[in-house]
Design a protein around this ligand. Structure first.
Ligand SMILES: *[C@@H]1O[C@H](CO)[C@@H](O)[C@H](O)[C@H]1NC(C)=O
Ligand SMILES: *[C@@H]1O[C@H](CO)[C@@H](O)[C@H](O)[C@H]1NC(C)=O
Ligand SMILES: *[C@@H]1O[C@H](CO)[C@@H](O)[C@H](O)[C@H]1NC(C)=O
Ligand SMILES: *[C@@H]1O[C@H](CO)[C@@H](O)[C@H](O)[C@H]1NC(C)=O
Ligand SMILES: *[C@@H]1O[C@H](CO)[C@@H](O)[C@H](O)[C@H]1NC(C)=O
Ligand SMILES: *[C@@H]1O[C@H](CO)[C@@H](O)[C@H](O)[C@H]1NC(C)=O
Ligand SMILES: *[C@@H]1O[C@H](CO)[C@@H](O)[C@H](O)[C@H]1NC(C)=O
Ligand SMILES: *[C@@H]1O[C@H](CO)[C@@H](O)[C@H](O)[C@H]1NC(C)=O
Ligand SMILES: *[C@@H]1O[C@H](CO)[C@@H](O)[C@H](O)[C@H]1NC(C)=O
Ligand SMILES: *[C@@H]1O[C@H](CO)[C@@H](O)[C@H](O)[C@H]1NC(C)=O
Ligand SMILES: *[C@@H]1O[C@H](CO)[C@@H](O)[C@H](O)[C@H]1NC(C)=O
Ligand SMILES: *[C@@H]1O[C@H](CO)[C@@H](O)[C@H](O)[C@H]1NC(C)=O
Length: 411
């Protein structure tokens, strides 16, 4: 432990020497519409006058600055243009969607006539490449943070961003204290280190992130809390990339950055969770015949630029999960999978929900799920088996003792 503490400043020092993290601001008058801090590495392939292929690597240099082409666009769609020596630039368009903001397009523009960066380039003019394959989005009033590397692959250009902090429309002209972390930071070994995850079904599945943190999500109406929910959620989506490959993405819902909303009636309750541009909707209903409630509907919408630019959507309105007697709460400590359709499932951990008849903001008597009961049964069976074994050994011992005793007497 203590050796780590000693090492940390040294590592930090080492890092400062290699990667330069620059801060950029886009303003409209005195109001900042975009704040960004990042380091960037470029890898560019090009053809030389000798008809040879060359690859150059360079980092965003110290002289990089906010170009006067940057614009707040009337505080609606910030555009950050970072220009640097040689006539090159890196620009990013942002937009606002309800209570979130996101980066829409990232564009790289390289000047072929800069022979310092591109010795003997055969092309003239500019190389311009854009990418929409980014997962940079966060809720308004939170800072998007991604320390991990994320690489955008464009034709002949790879851009690696790291140590990113960004915020569009920062309320106090500075980064907000509340942060939205990128999945790669939350799960360092997770599948999203590279933003464009292109996996054919035949390649190995990405490693599963750690178990999700358990969040408390309540819905309140005029009478107070009407729906209580506590759960850890891991989403598993299968989608198609722009080059028609099937890719898998497994990521956790971060309770910190997730808002809960919804509404309740005596036989229909909904819970909407919003984490950045990920939206989940759970609908619970009552079956009056059986006096039980259950999860009938689950829908999801995830903004996934890597999936052909369209948001990923899935919905199932005829589920029958989490069935529980009305007036009780559903509890399941075991992990369970809520399959919504072939392309979408939720791995749920440590669930407790009560969508109806909530009194005093407290969960009513718990009704344990079958899996917990089964899991409970295993220790009981093992215990019983052990007890039986002990008994058999004991009896055998006693019988044996009696026999040998008897044996002594006859001799
Ligand atoms: C960027 O390039 C520098 C210098 O080549 C290297 O030290 C650093 O690790 C690179 N960073 C990333 C995020 O690739
Ligand atoms: C970009 O990355 C891909 C995959 O790692 C690699 O195949 C390609 O050669 C890289 N291109 C450049 C210009 O570095
Ligand atoms: C931006 O700056 C360049 C010179 O650096 C200048 O020629 C140009 O007029 C400026 N544009 C605006 C919109 O201010
Ligand atoms: C800027 O936004 C304000 C308020 O949202 C609006 O009244 C105004 O017309 C907009 N100006 C331009 C140039 O779009
Ligand atoms: C963001 O914060 C500002 C000031 O703190 C507040 O006025 C605004 O309503 C907040 N917006 C959201 C979407 O939370
Ligand atoms: C940060 O988030 C928490 C919980 O979502 C919220 O209560 C708090 O007001 C937020 N702080 C700021 C400064 O927005
Ligand atoms: C995600 O879903 C796919 C396809 O249904 C499945 O093969 C995989 O095991 C799931 N992964 C996790 C971690 O649930
Ligand atoms: C992907 O498939 C769709 C239809 O299935 C087709 O229209 C499109 O051209 C394909 N794209 C690529 C890059 O192969
Ligand atoms: C969540 O909140 C805790 C405590 O407020 C903080 O330590 C942690 O870094 C936050 N995590 C995320 C992912 O924002
Ligand atoms: C209640 O939830 C349903 C389904 O989620 C939604 O369609 C409806 O607009 C909500 N009603 C109110 C008053 O928020
Ligand atoms: C309620 O449950 C009964 C018994 O399982 C079933 O026959 C009936 O279709 C259910 N009703 C609704 C509305 O789901
Ligand atoms: C939801 O209600 C439970 C039980 O009253 C409480 O412990 C929890 O803090 C509440 N969570 C939120 C986010 O309001």
């Amino acid at each position: 432990m203590s050796s780590y503490r000693l090492l940390a400043p040294l590592l930090l020092l080492g890092f400062l020497q290699v990667a330069l993290v620059k801060r950029f601001e886009v303003k409209d008058g005195s109001k900042i519409c975009l704040l960004a801090e990042l380091s960037a590495n470029f890898s560019v392939n090009y053809e030389t006058t000798a008809k040879k292929e060359a690859t150059v690597l360079f980092s965003l240099p110290e002289d990089a600055q906010v170009s006067n082409r940057s614009n707040c666009n009337n505080m609606t769609a910030p555009l950050l243009v970072i220009s640097f020596e040689g006539g090159h630039s890196l620009s990013m368009n942002f937009s606002r969607v309800n209570t979130s903001y996101k980066m829409d397009v990232l564009t790289i523009s390289c000047n072929w006539s800069d022979h310092t960066h591109f010795p003997n380039a055969s092309s003239k003019g500019f190389l311009i490449k854009s990418s929409r394959s980014m997962d940079i989005s966060a809720k308004i009033n939170t800072t998007y943070k991604c320390t991990s590397d994320s690489t955008m692959h464009m034709n002949n250009v790879n851009l690696t961003l790291s140590h990113v902090r960004m915020e569009a429309f920062p309320p106090n002209n500075n980064f907000s204290k509340n942060e939205t972390q990128c999945p790669a930071d939350v799960t360092p070994t997770g599948p999203t280190t590279t933003l464009v995850t292109t996996l054919t079904p035949t390649t190995a599945a990405p490693p599963t992130p750690q178990n999700p943190m358990t969040g408390n999500y309540n819905v309140t109406d005029s009478n107070g809390i009407c729906l209580l929910a506590k759960m850890g959620l891991q989403l598993n989506i299968t989608y198609t990339t722009p080059d028609n490959k099937t890719a898998l993405k497994v990521f956790n819902i971060q309770p910190n950055s997730t808002g809960a909303d919804g509404n309740c009636t005596s036989d229909h309750a909904s819970l909407q969770l919003t984490d950045g541009l990920t939206k989940l909707n759970f609908v619970f209903v009552v079956n009056a015949t059986t006096s039980k409630f259950y999860l009938k509907e689950l829908s999801v919408s995830i903004d996934l630029p890597a999936a052909r630019g369209k948001p990923f959507m899935a919905k199932n309105e005829s589920l029958n999960y989490l069935q529980t007697t009305l007036g009780k709460s559903y509890v399941c400590r075991s992990e369970q999978t809520l399959q919504v359709n072939p392309n979408f499932s939720i791995n749920a951990f440590e669930i407790q929900v009560q969508p109806f008849r909530v009194n005093d903001s407290k969960y009513a008597t718990a009704e344990e799920c079958q899996m917990d009961k089964d899991n409970m049964l295993i220790p009981i069976i093992v215990g019983a088996a052990l007890a039986g074994l002990v008994l058999i050994v004991l009896i055998a011992y006693l019988i044996g003792r009696k026999r040998s005793h008897a044996g002594y007497q006859t001799i």
